[in-house]
Write a protein that binds this ligand. Sequence first.
Ligand SMILES: [Zn+2]
Length: 586
Amino acid sequence: MAGVAFGLQATLAQQAPPAPVSPAPAAPAPATTAAPQAEATPEAAAKQVLVQKLQHVRPIDAVAPLPTHYDMLRGAYGPYRANNHLLYYHLDIRVDPEKQWVSGKNTIRFKMLKDGTRIQLDLRDTLSIDKILLGDTTLTYVRDDGAVFIDFPQTLRAGQTYSIEFYYSGHPEETGRFGGMTFKKDPSGHVWINTACEETGASMWWPDKDQWRDEGESMDISVAVPNGLMDVSNGRLVGHTDLGDGYTRWDWHVSYGINNYDVSLNIGNYVHFGEEMAEPSGAKLTMDYYVLPEDLDKAKVQFAQARGMIEAYQHYFGEYPFIKDGYKLVEAPYSGMEHQSAVTYGNLFKNGYLGRDWTGVGINTRFDFIIIHESGHEWFGNSVTAQDSSDMWIHEGWTTYLETLYVEYRWGHDDALKYMGGLKPKVINLRPIVAERGVNAQPTEDQYFKGALMINTLRSVVNDDAKWWALLHEFYQHFKYQNIMTEDVVAWWNQHTGLNLTPIFNQYLRHAHIPRLELLFGEKPGMAMYKWDADEDDFAMPVKVGTADKWEIIKPTTKWQWMETAVGKDDFQVATDLYYVDVNKQ
Ligand SMILES: [Zn+2]
């Protein structure tokens, strides 16, 4: 999804409407949040910066909330999820804008992996289950706080494929940062209904297996809407059918596995324009754009950036992942979301992020943050997916890094480093990036910026750009269309670099603090002592030090070592634009 909410106000206002919008609630106070000391020491200044940061921290970044009963059911890959593998969904619904009502069914095809008589699906309790059918048989079920345990009268056999029809109806409650499912009017007064449910989960508007590990292999999406409106969903438009009762059904086919939260409907008074581009393989990529009529002219100018985006990411990683479905941008009333092959866009048709310079260093104003970021998720997030939201840095850290690659492709390495430097003030370092598993945990927003800075650090550790570009390409190609965890990422990089990178990944992903290079001068002239201060005992990352025109690579560990250097303490530098580390010179 899009970076972060601008300021806590927006986040708070959307998470808990009655809450006061400012100031930020006090974050729990670790020792470091004590009031800054009066004297202007570097330490006091650092504390001052931290105190200022804390005033803008989402509560979730300061301390992980305790999982609720709902989180346990939603987050666990329990026995009634693990006993089957999803193959296919056909979501076939009618949306009534006046009643703000959804009704219809999801046909769910799955293969049993073990014999069993029960499976778990999910649907929020605010929506009614009308019936669940296996053929002509009506199935019984037990609802528990969002989970729906479906019981079968006879044992389902391992290796066999089954298909059930899950009928439901109701008014999806607006919830979460982007509303989940919202019933709005566009500025001209036409119906505008959209979904964005990554945090809240797809089961807030349709019944599904609401987890990240298991994706089907394809999906059909049929949405009936009042005549005169259009539904834009994921995949390829198959066609539309006048149902003769004042409604028209729009049919979309998705030819790939799809994350459930990526499944999207966008109902509105859309107009369409499009273009095509040739893939390196010679295949043709269709690019279709759906916007409100009043924004058509602006969109034709702004969406011209999509081609350059595709070119840049193809350069580094290979072909657009969902070529059979095509690439789409669809206007929506929130900033943006990486809905697979139908990226939603609400960035005001301006460069930057909602018209602002997102990283504050004068580079983001050259491009549309939402086109570049959300589309980057097609490679990392939609094609390569984390199995659990705990490991969502695989989506957000990588996609933030993709932003920097886009900058490098367009404007060169120096600007990419400058852009990257703009990420640093956004890092909070209060909690590890990888969150608790199996409990529907939302990782801290450090997953974006610190994640990208870690990947840039990895490039410096590899210290061979030709090799780095080959590794990046191979890494993506190896894991495309897979659902993976941090361990898979680390094991791959260890194997393909021949290095033990585990302590480096662990330090950045599994601890709050970044490594600090301790440097001691003055014991003897012409000599410096060095070591890493890190949580990982085996942390031994090479780093470039000395002067920018003549870097020297040292290999500090967590034990003191020494080096000869002609550079004095004041002039002695560490390449902190290439490695995301703290430095303490004494
Ligand atoms: Zn994102």
